[in-house]
Design a protein around this ligand. Structure first.
Ligand code: BG6
Length: 515
């Protein structure tokens, strides 16, 4: 069974008329880095191709490497050729490249910022730009303070209340290592920028399928009445990655799966799936609704840490058809590292809607496949009519939102097997984005950059939410620390995680889904 777009209906629901983007200069700290090459420049280029940027804009990359503008353009082109959703169109490329500039300097050198200011002003004059500036901090958190202070001291930041001058800052993760360090970062940035000027990125919120969670829940009438503890048995959120560590040892060794994926991306998925209906689409109303979920998370502390969490590390195996060394053998990883590459959790949300409903979360690297999904499993039907035989229980209904890949959703329902006997079998009603819509989905960074330019903070993390999620995560980290990294089962690369994770859910008579 498949679902496609209904041709009889004015099918595209328009909730707003699209963002209004003012001409601006995007200044990227970390301009010679990986994120800029793989994600940011391709995203800007796609926005240009899709006609979503105003004709007037400029991009200034700042980095330690002593590149010329042309060298920056060459790297940008290579990045776009490799990572962009749409390929290079020569006629558009020339104009795009002209608007890319590079400024070489060290972030911790206070003298650099006056040179940067001259560069930005020169670019603004050349392209007739009004002085709207967006600063993207694609740099390690230790550089957040010097970059913000440097910008402030060079007079590059305007106060928020000026109607004709915009200054905004985009902050990349990791925003902290625990609650205390996250607070310190927020204080530092908050000394220079007003909260209304700060856009903390969680790129999962920019994914099309993640934005669709709110549409699914609140643009349809059939789900909300059953979206609660009365009808839902449990919810599973899985973010499984086939890739191992790659080249990010220095970051990941200090982070691990809980900080890297759960504190931000997975808790945000949880917020969207569990939040109360916001009363409007105003960014702060939506952010309040997400925030309320974080406030209701039952803390996992002390003894509960052992009972409700599993951490593990991959050992040697085969993932993605390739031999993967054990995590401790990866380049840059300590031979006795106790960093977790997998985590599974069971949690509860203490409010009227979700009381008693377990949420099972899991994420890991070097797993069998790249697959992220949210599965909402409904309660069993009563043991009458079609469900009287314990050895042949009817499969429960499951609504699965496929975040990536194969973006879409499916609903498992029971159906009669054709024939003269009363036999039933589960079938799937399936919706695939690719089949239903001809428009390709933009990349998360395209949407997020556009929103910052338009001043829409709905898909960004507010300070209170970052700190609330760190507060919850820090309890778990402390529980783990108290055991000195002793709980660390292994799972061979290419497998679904350790048996301990199976036990976590199976002791509740439930099973992880096969993804
Ligand atoms: C990043 C993490 O935030 O998200 C990475 O630091 C992870 O470790 C990545 O691989 C996953 O993002 P996506 O969009 O590929 O699912």
């Amino acid at each position: 069974m498949t679902m496609t777009i209904d041709q009889d209906k004015p099918s595209i629901m328009q909730t707003n008329s699209g963002p209004t983007v003012k001409p601006c200069t995007l200044v990227i700290f970390g301009g010679s880095g990986d994120l800029t090459r793989r994600k940011l420049l391709p995203a800007i280029y796609n926005l240009v191709l899709d006609g979503l940027l105003p004709p007037n804009y400029a991009v200034v990359g700042i980095g330690r490497k002593t590149w010329s503008d042309d060298e920056f353009r060459t790297v940008a082109r290579e990045g776009i050729e490799k990572f962009s959703r749409q390929s290079i169109q020569e006629d558009k490329w020339e104009e795009f490249a002209r608007r890319l500039r590079y400024f070489s300097g060290a972030i911790d050198d206070p003298n650099m910022y006056h040179g940067l200011r001259s560069q930005i002003e020169e670019v603004e004059t050349q392209f007739d730009l009004p002085g709207h500036r967006i600063f993207y901090l694609a740099i390690p958190p230790t550089s957040f303070a010097p970059s913000c202070l440097g910008l402030q001291q060079a007079g590059l930041i305007y106060p928020p209340e000026l109607p004709d001058r915009i200054s905004r800052v985009i902050v990349e993760k990791p925003i902290g290592h625990d609650l205390e360090s996250a607070r310190a970062i927020n204080v530092t940035i908050g000394e220079v920028f007003d909260e209304s000027q700060i856009y903390r990125i969680d790129h999962y919120l920019g994914k099309e399928t993640v934005q669709n969670i709110m549409v699914l829940r609140f643009a349809n009438s059939i789900f909300e009445p059953i979206w609660n503890a009365k009808y839902i048995d449990h919810i599973q959120i899985t973010v499984s990655e086939a890739e191992g560590l790659g080249t990010r040892a220095s970051y990941y060794e200090e982070a691990g799966a809980l900080r890297d994926m759960v504190q931000n991306h997975i808790l945000q998925l949880l917020c969207l799936i569990a939040m109360e209906p916001p009363y409007s689409l105003d960014p702060d109303v939506i952010r309040n609704a997400r925030m309320e979920v974080l406030r209701c998370l039952h803390p996992i502390r002390g003894k509960d840490v052992e009972q409700f969490t599993v951490r593990a590390q991959y050992s040697h195996g085969t993932a993605n058809d390739q031999e993967v060394p054990g995590y401790r053998r990866e380049e840059g990883v300590k031979a006795d590292s106790t960093t977790e590459t997998f985590v599974a959790l069971k949690l509860f949300i203490e409010n009227w809607r979700w009381s008693g409903v377990p949420f099972y979360l899991r994420t890991g690297k070097a797993m069998p496949a790249r697959a992220s999904e949210i599965a909402v499993q409904f309660k069993d039907i009563p043991e009458i009519l079609f469900n009287t035989m314990p050895e042949a229980r009817q499969a429960p209904n499951v609504l699965t939102l496929r975040i990536q890949p194969h973006e879409g959703m499916s609903l498992r329902i029971m159906s009669k097997i054709p024939g003269n006997r009363a036999r039933s079998h589960p079938v799937e009603m399936n919706f695939n984005y690719g089949d239903a819509f001809s428009e390709p989905s933009p990349e998360a960074y395209e949407r997020l950059l556009l929103d910052v330019m338009a001043g829409d903070a709905s898909l960004f993390m507010r300070r209170d939410a970052v700190e609330a999620s760190w507060a919850w995560i820090t309890d778990i980290l402390e529980g783990w620390k108290a055991h000195g990294g002793r709980w660390l089962p292994e799972y061979p690369a290419g497998t679904r995680g350790p048996v301990e994770a199976d036990r976590l859910i199976e002791s509740d008579n439930r099973k992880w889904r096969l993804v």
